[in-house]
Design a protein around this ligand. Sequence first.
Ligand SMILES: [Zn+2]
Length: 571
Amino acid sequence: MTATAPREGQLWSRCGGCATLLYRKRLRRNLDVCPECGTHARLDAPERLLQLVDAGSFAALADRPAEVDPIGFVDLLPYPHRLSAARAGTGLAEAVVCGTATVGGHPCALAVMDFRFLGGSLGCAVGELITRAAERALEDGIALVLVTASGGARMQEGALSLMQMATVSQAIAALREAGLLTVSVLTDPTYGGVAASFATNTDVVLAEKGARMGFAGPRVIRQVTGRALPEGFQTADFLLRHGQVDMVVPRHALRGRLAALLAAARAGGRRAARPGVPRQEPSPVVARPAGGAAAVTGPGGDAWETVRLARHPGRPTTLDYLETAFDGFVELHGDRLGADCPAVVGGLARLDGRPVMVIGHQKGHTTAELVSRNFGMASPAGHRKALRLMRLAARLGLPVVTLVDTPGADPGVSAEEQGQAAAIAENILALTVLPTPVVAVITGEGGSGGALALAVADRVLMLQHAVYSVISPEGCAAILWPDRGAAPEAARALRLTAPDLCRLGVVDDVVPEPAPAAHQDPEAAARALRAAVLAHLLPLLDVPAATLVRRRRQRFRRFGAARLGARAGAR
Ligand SMILES: [Zn+2]
């Protein structure tokens, strides 16, 4: 059971930790921490701000989210109904409150998430609002503080919500470059896409006492591993023990710690805001006139059927493509930190005579192969190996080609212990600033954050029968429908096919497969992949690195931007 902060009007409330009946005023005076057992009740965003910033110093950003439903998502209820209910229930426009304030007299920009609002889920508007808070920090030359509370990406916005992990990460990257401090405060709970991006790729990560953070939630991990979870798994103290957070801070000390960090950064840096960093005026998401997409939208394109084709064991793997579409592959191994993940392969190869770095998920065709490759589910070591190879490519001036085929990142116990969320987060951030061309191809399954960790690219291509999704149809069905049997319906609602994603601008081009699908004619599939990668890579080779990175950022920025109304009172 999780304690919740008491509501106005109640005289007494029961502690979620020790079940003691507590006088509400006393509890509030104690910052909603149980005086008997120390349980920290969850706070909503307004209450958190009251506790954290100097009285009267908070000024909300003027940006307001507009009504959005980018993929027309319907489960048992249409998404707009859920949004309206969340707004009515919380009095908030979205799952985050952003603004500027001072903490101990030090100015900062803040984004505070509210778990009451659709589980604090990261949708396009939330990503855009946090990005604008980060941009405000950049303009004003002040620190950014993120207080996270989230179940992960918002599945009702499909792959567009996944893109927000990249959008916010690149805003954090810009603050890194400017020498401005970023701090995240993990509060209970912080999971999924939020954990695997801005909650963990900030300079300093604080965990509030009792908070839990992880890439995969405990329910999913128990389902996948069939094991009971260790005592205290994913709690703040666990995270500290495993090197994933800088400190565990009890609520009453949070403001003081934050003030000290802000003071140190100010004294050290004294960096003025970079003059002339204009806000990028976002270009709206427009349906791309992709000839490829239109050409391959054929009959029988049911989303669930596509999911089955994308998972077909005969489908060519990354090593197959390295054999057939590339030449002279030299595999490089290891993360240099103690492991070599078999679910990620990478190394130097040639594409039509040009040297490239290829990195991809590796599945297999037989059960034994699949098991030995962990079904293409990368561990933190796999993500760190990929990161090492990306950076090596940039140093050598080689373009990067990634081949994405994973049901998702490894949701195991040891993956969590070794920092799965932060490993994914760091890859996403690194790719937003990598000074070399990157072309990603979703070849089979593009599963959530694990896929995005290799897919923040200048061009994102997708094989005709591949899928790319914020959550598996089964996982989505288990949460939003009465049972997992609704997976085919969930697959349709999620808009996870190549033509759908092309229309949404998530994918730039669809690579046609030989009929009926790639597994029937792997050679022809390899030829198509090779031609598509070449066609998209060649024009990138002469683009200066700074321009590439700027365009890549614009590419990922546009997903949230169109989802906001006109900026009221722009300064
Ligand atoms: Zn208690």
